[in-house]
Design a protein around this ligand. Structure first.
Ligand code: URA
Length: 279
């Protein structure tokens, strides 16, 4: 006879499963109803150029296209238009308040649709040093502030280790909206968001930039080199012809998973501290 699960231990199991999902990043319900992705219309196969009359005949023969699904209709347009309109919106901003307002009004990035909040920045915009991460996680999305979760707590300790805090440093991310389930932002999403972080750098004009993690370093340095190759070496981040001295280092979330690598981050932090003191 099957063993009956008591209600309270059943609820404990449910709780554990939900916590497990949340830790894995599955903490948002994207749609009210499930979507069967297999029902979605596949893109038409690539065709060789055919003569005009034959092409016209094929078009006429083809069954009428199925109406796009709701989700497809709702998606923002992640294409060159979105990048262009991000450039326009960012370029028109003449202050951080303007930039924040422009980002709040911007609808060209899909990530905004699932995020709870815009995560603009924290710290002192007049600071000499700006730390730039990849994208907000769950806690940042909820609070609307960068680096406030576990990785943020470690970042605060890293700052303190070289005599900094959120009054003497400025903190932001390449991507201002949390990617659902903390997935890696796509290259397209990154390019759509690039004009905003570049304008952010222009408007704050820090003396030094610290890129936290490979994603931030690759985007801002426009390189495909990995963080282990980049870190520990001074680079330049160039925005509209103006260069800012920049250090790529390991992301605090990575250091939480690989504490033995803190040694490398410490080496980078000491270099940052020295340049800050000499500047
Ligand atoms: N990781 C990031 O890159 N940015 C945050 O704000 C939080 C975690």
């Amino acid at each position: 006879m099957p063993r009956l699960l008591r209600y309270d231990s059943f609820m404990e199991n449910v709780q554990e499963i939900l916590e497990w999902y949340a830790e894995a990043g599955v903490d948002v319900l994207l749609e009210d109803a499930p979507i069967n992705r297999f029902d979605e219309v596949p893109p038409p196969p690539k065709q060789k150029p055919v003569s005009e009359s034959l092409a016209a005949k094929r078009l006429n023969d083809r069954a009428p296209a199925a109406p796009p699904k709701q989700i497809q209709q709702e998606a923002a347009i992640p294409d060159a238009n979105a990048i262009e309109s991000a450039k326009e919106a960012a370029g028109a901003a003449n202050s951080l308040e303007d930039l924040k307002a422009a980002m709040m009004a911007f609808d060209g990035c899909n990530l905004k649709r699932t995020a709870k909040n815009l995560v603009f920045a924290d710290g002192n915009p007049e600071a000499d040093i700006m730390f730039i991460g990849e994208a907000p996680g769950r806690d940042e999305d909820i609070q609307g502030l960068p680096f406030v979760g576990r990785a943020g707590q470690l970042l605060d300790k890293m700052l303190a280790a070289i005599g900094l805090d959120r009054n003497s440093a400025y903190i932001s991310n390449v991507i201002p909206w949390r990617p659902p389930g903390n997935r890696t932002p796509t290259p397209q999403e990154t390019e759509i968001c690039r004009p905003f972080i570049e304008r952010h750098i222009e408007l704050t004009s820090p003396k030094l930039i610290v890129m936290l993690g490979g994603s931030s370093a690759k985007t801002l340095l426009k390189t495909s080199d990995g963080i282990m190759r980049l870190r520990g070496n001074w680079k330049e981040v160039s925005v509209n012809g103006v260069s800012v001295k920049a250090m790529p280092t390991l992301h605090p979330a990575y250091l939480l998973r690989q504490p033995a690598q803190k040694r490398l981050a410490w080496h980078d932090l000491l270099q940052i501290q020295k340049v800050l003191q000499d500047s």
